[in-house]
Ligand binder design. Structure first.
Ligand code: ATP
Length: 259
């Protein structure tokens, strides 16, 4: 594949905070319309990688390209314009504004071909809540709003950090169905996810990150799920749907014994 064949391409990225290097020579590619699951224990550097990709943190070395354009030195707004959409762990919605106001405000001016009405067909849960303050929505509804915002931006690639964090399993199913809609609409997805089973079921490719280094990158079909859970993420894979989790974490999460 040439570099223009990737919605997102990180090459030899090294990055960190102050004197601490967190990412070491990381390569990661996301082909268009594909789903890549980025998995790894707490502190592996997953969020840091999303920050480098979206321009919130500068790479010390290496390159970041979006749809073939080298944007290593570009600010976040330029990267957004090039088709990158980050949904951070806190979802990035304006809690004091209504759902309608959020959707209007978050529609990028260069993407006016998708409107608020269209987003309601894709995310019907928002239809009856248009005039409700976003801060009064449930966590799942806020996440739908965040995904609605991503859908409005018609992005080449959406980066999602712990999209199902703190949500009930049924709501997580809805969120993953909504992710399917995003992908069907043409977006590639880079998924940092605590629900390993969901992530691996949806993903075309899996990248495993450990201590800031890529230890596996390949087709999801080639990866032994149980081996990942047990040997790499340290989770008992005896539970086929939702692997065991320690107290304080939702069942089926990877927040396991390494924490
Ligand atoms: P988690 O699943 O716990 O969110 P992660 O894989 O996303 O983990 P990061 O959040 O990227 O990991 O953190 C990687 C390392 O960088 C950790 O050691 C963390 O303490 C450190 N780190 C993260 N953010 C900062 C920051 N703003 N300043 C200094 N160090 C940071």
């Amino acid at each position: 594949m040439s570099s223009t064949d990737f919605a997102l391409e990180l090459r030899s990225v090294t990055a960190g905070y102050g004197s601490a290097i967190v990412l070491h020579d990381v390569d990661l590619t996301v082909p268009p319309r594909s789903v890549v699951a980025l998995l790894g224990p707490n502190g592996a550097g997953k969020t840091t990688l999303l920050r480098v990709a979206s321009g919130l943190l500068r790479a010390r070395s290496g390159t970041v390209a979006i749809s073939g354009a080298d944007l290593t030195r570009a600010r976040p707004a330029r990267r957004a314009r090039a088709g990158l959409c980050l949904i951070p762990e806190d979802r990035g919605v304006f809690t004091d504004l209504t759902v309608r106001e959020n959707l209007r405000l978050l529609t990028p001016p260069w993407r006016r071909h998708r409107g608020v009405d269209d987003v309601l067909d894709i995310f019907p849960a928002l239809r009856t809540r248009l005039d409700q303050r976003a801060g009064s929505l449930s966590g799942g509804q806020q996440q739908m709003l965040a995904l609605g915002r991503a859908w409005l931006a018609d992005p080449a690639v959406v980066l999602l950090d712990e999209v199902s964090m703190g949500l009930a399993p049924l709501v997580v199913d809805e969120i993953f169905a909504a992710l399917g809609e995003l992908r069907a609409a043409g977006a590639a997805i880079l998924l940092v996810e605590q629900y390993v089973d969901h992530a691996m079921t949806m993903a075309d490719h899996v990248v495993l990150l450990s201590r800031g280094m890529v230890t596996f990158a390949g087709p999801a079909a080639e990866i032994d799920r149980d081996a990942v859970l047990e040997n790499y993420l340290g989770i008992d894979s005896g539970h086929t749907d939702l692997p065991a989790s320690p107290a304080g974490h939702p069942p089926g999460t990877v927040a396991g014994p390494w924490a």
